[in-house]
Ligand binder design. Structure first.
Ligand SMILES: C[S@@+](CC[C@H](N)C(=O)[O-])C[C@H]1O[C@@H](n2cnc3c(N)ncnc32)[C@H](O)[C@@H]1O
Length: 220
């Protein structure tokens, strides 16, 4: 199966996920909702697994959440996070359908993800939040990092759509390609602000924008 496909997962594809693993059950829920591109399921899953290997607990704040799948998976993988806030300035209509399908399959998730249609700059964060964002385009990733650093919250981002005209490359573009230079600077900025940094990748067959940057404050 092409995991990078932008085709929507629909009930027609249910037979592709016949088993009882958590991922297959999740994939079947997403197929029933019928609103997400295949790639988004794999991205959110691979990002969430890696985040949960490092960071447990805390309120999840999924910035630029789209349909909010990442928030749901992070709760599924770690019940010690009791709630999630899913923030986007335009929540897609079908997010509600996805929520119904996921909550039907996992009733314990019901009511634990709150969707907020708002600019992410307007969301109040707390130090024990886990701030996450997948594909916050261009400078929006920097805003997510900045917001998290301001309250010294843990943060994880999968950047995309690097803007080579306005994004900071720190003069590194003679050695590194522009998007990589920007992500290196992002990790450096986290370190300078007293964060321990973890750099990882999700599988490149899902998306070429596969660099995952995680940071946790060394001290409160
Ligand atoms: C590429 S989509 C990513 C959606 C989702 N995270 C995913 O991986 O499928 C970028 C999202 O950012 C949202 N967005 C853009 N600017 C924003 C802002 N200032 N505040 C909140 N959301 C924003 C858009 O509405 C869009 O849903």
């Amino acid at each position: 199966m092409d995991r990078s496909s932008r085709n929507r997962l629909t009930e027609r594809l249910l037979p592709q996920f016949p088993g009882e693993t958590l991922f297959e059950r999740l994939a079947r829920s997403v197929c029933r909702a019928g609103c997400l591109p295949r790639k988004e399921l794999y991205e959110a899953w691979e990002v969430a697994r890696r985040i949960r290997r490092r960071f447990r607990g805390g309120r999840v704040v999924d910035m630029a959440c789209g349909h909010g799948l990442l928030a749901y998976i992070l709760l599924l993988l770690d019940d010690s996070s009791s709630t999630a806030l899913a923030v986007d300035r335009r929540i897609p209509k079908q997010a509600a359908k996805l929520a119904v399908c996921l909550e039907e399959c996992w009733p314990r998730l019901a009511g634990r993800v709150e969707f907020v249609e708002r600019d992410l700059i307007q969301v109040a964060l707390q130090p024990d939040d886990l701030v996450v964002s997948v594909h916050a385009c261009g400078g929006l990733t920097d805003l997510v990092l900045e917001r998290a650093m301001m309250v010294r919250a843990r943060v994880a981002v999968l950047p995309c759509c690097h803007d080579l005209d306005t994004g900071d490359m720190g003069g590194l573009q003679g050695w590194l390609d522009g998007p990589l230079a920007q992500d290196v600077l992002r990790s450096t900025r986290l370190r300078e602000r007293g964060y321990r940094v973890y750099t990882q990748q999700i599988p490149g067959d899902i998306t070429p924008k596969n660099r995952l940057l995680l940071g946790e404050p060394l001290s409160p």
